[in-house]
Design a protein. Sequence first.
Length: 128
Amino acid sequence: MADPNIMMQIDNIAHEVLMWIGFGTLVGLSAKALMPGRDPGGAIGTMLMGIVGSLIGCSVLLLFDTSFKITPISPVGFVAGTAGAFLLLFFFRLLSNSYVVEAVDGRVAGTPGTTVTSYYRKRNRRAA
């Protein structure tokens, strides 16, 4: 027979993991709603972005003010987590060149005959 203390610890760990998965999914969805557009990853990517964003946002909040008691379910934790996931999504898009187009004399670098405005029109048409 298993030790009751071990079973209680396993139950607590399972509860924490499921809470972080649910909270990460909600935070990731709210961050994607604030920054609309096409994002890779699907459901698992959204959940992981929400969990990592929650860790980033809550850590930054605690860095500036340690008087907050942040739990994953608290409203302050939700706002901080959403802000962290939003920043994570923003930097992902920035580093994946979703916002930056190199142009030389009004033409997109590397694509002959394509101007910057026509490149943006094509890109926006594909995203819609």
